[in-house]
Design a protein around this ligand. Structure first.
Ligand code: SAM
Length: 284
């Protein structure tokens, strides 16, 4: 064993894996199914920067996987040390194994398996300058990931998933968040629970609707913390949610399109609502 090799194994617990049929590799690959993600309450995130950010934000890492050829990178060594310190498993694998885990020809050299995290709705008590997004039965992983990323970028506080939604911890959604999955609190709830919460949370629910009565630029976003309520991609907001809203906002459209894409509409609403709170202006 070379000295260099020895140095990277200083902790003595790195598992070297080159076989695709290794049981740990199989377990990680099984996380592509929602059932397994639910059962193990874990998910996969790709990329060294993401993994480092997640560790810094205090997320619990179950397994760190990296390609043998990056084992000496100081950041990889540091991530491995942290993973060990928190009781995680560390795997040093061949690129072939990484390709198989991530189902990509050119995989990221570092992958982390983390514990999922949800915030309970009862613990969400928004302060005056907070903006939340509530999504009704969001279906598309790309839309959900893009919304989470936009919430992060706009300085909003979190995302409430109402009803039967796509899994925020699927690989596709996590990829689309570009790392914001680790920065944005997520809540899962039902229509009934959301409506009950609204009664006591002191928030103003601004629902977006194609038949909305008010131009989205004419809404007072400053009076109370705002929850931007967005409808399902296919069917829009159901009446039981629309009638409970404090305002129904419309983004005026030109042209032939019936509606805007859900994530685009959410982005427009977010930056308008946040603009009224000055936070973004102060930052620039
Ligand atoms: N066929 C659906 C309908 O009739 O509502 C279209 C839904 S649209 C793709 C998804 C969501 O994006 C809508 O429920 C709404 O929340 C928001 N949205 C899209 N375009 C909008 C607009 N011009 N004004 C307000 N909200 C809009």
């Amino acid at each position: 064993m070379s000295h260099e090799h020895h140095a990277t194994r200083r902790v003595g617990q790195v598992k070297e894996v080159t076989s695709l049929s290794n049981p740990i590799v199989k377990d990680i690959k099984a996380l592509s199914s929602k059932k397994m993600r639910d059962e193990t309450r874990s998910f996969m995130a790709e990329g060294l920067k993401l993994v480092i950010d997640a560790l810094e934000l205090g997320w619990t890492i179950r397994t760190l996987v990296y390609a043998k050829n990056v084992k000496d990178k100081p950041q990889v060594v540091q991530a491995a040390t942290r993973a060990f310190a928190r009781g995680g498993l560390v795997l040093e694998v061949s690129e072939k194994v990484l390709s198989s885990i991530t189902r990509r020809d050119n995989p990221q050299m570092v992958v982390g398996i983390f514990e999922q995290r949800f915030t309970a709705l009862k613990d969400v008590r928004p302060g005056a300058d907070e903006t939340w997004v509530a999504l009704d039965r969001v279906r598309d992983p790309g839309n959900l990931g893009t919304v989470i990323r936009s919430v992060d970028a706009a300085g909003a506080s979190g995302v409430i998933l109402i009803g039967d939604s796509t899994d925020p911890f699927s690989l596709e959604t996590v990829r689309a968040t570009m790392g914001s999955i680790f920065a944005v609190p997520l809540v899962r709830t039902s229509v009934a629970e959301f409506l009950a919460w609204k009664k006591t949370a002191g928030v103003s629910v601004v629902a977006t609707h194609l038949a909305g009565a008010v131009d989205y630029r004419k809404i007072g976003y400053r009076d109370k913390p705002v929850v931007l309520l967005m409808g399902n991609e296919q069917s829009g907001l159901p009446d039981e949610l629309a009638v409970a809203a404090d305002a129904l906002a419309r983004i005026p459209q030109a042209g032939r399109a019936d509606s805007l894409n859900l994530a685009i509409a959410t982005g427009i609403m977010l930056f308008e609502a946040r603009r009224h709170l000055l936070t973004l202006d102060e930052r620039s």
